[in-house]
Design a binder for this molecule. Structure first.
Ligand SMILES: [Cu+2]
Length: 120
């Protein structure tokens, strides 16, 4: 019991978070197709998140994710049909846009919105 408490304390120190915030990453699954992005949920809690990107289409697709007002986009590189890509990220509260950056794919419908909220 005491050993478990010590281990948990060490983990919190490594992650640099306060004890109340230590938790498993939020999960978001994004399915790509011609030409749409389907999100497993419309909002997730801020902090660590695991994004899984599944290409269910017949062509390659990539994924960009950017916070509204932000200048930096998170990228998942071009993914082949049938492939699964994964990215571990840390997200601040706000509104995010997701899209495929291949030519014309965004305009054709490969775009979505995500809200990152403060808590449950
Ligand atoms: Cu695409």
């Amino acid at each position: 019991m005491a050993r478990a408490v010590v281990a948990a304390t060490v983990l919190v120190a490594v992650l640099g978070t306060v004890p109340g915030e230590a938790r498993a990453p939020a999960r978001l699954m994004v399915q790509a197709d011609e030409y749409s992005l389907l999100l497993s949920r419309q909002s997730i809690v801020r902090g660590p998140a695991r994004i899984q990107y599944i290409n269910r289409g017949e062509d390659p697709h990539d994924l960009k994710l950017q916070r509204s007002g932000g200048t930096h986009a998170i990228s998942i590189s071009e993914t082949r049909p049938g492939a699964l890509a994964q990215a571990n990220v840390s997200l601040r509260t706000g509104r995010y846009r997701l899209w495929c950056s291949l030519p014309d794919h965004r305009a054709l419908g490969m775009r979505a919105k995500l809200r990152v909220r403060r808590g449950r």
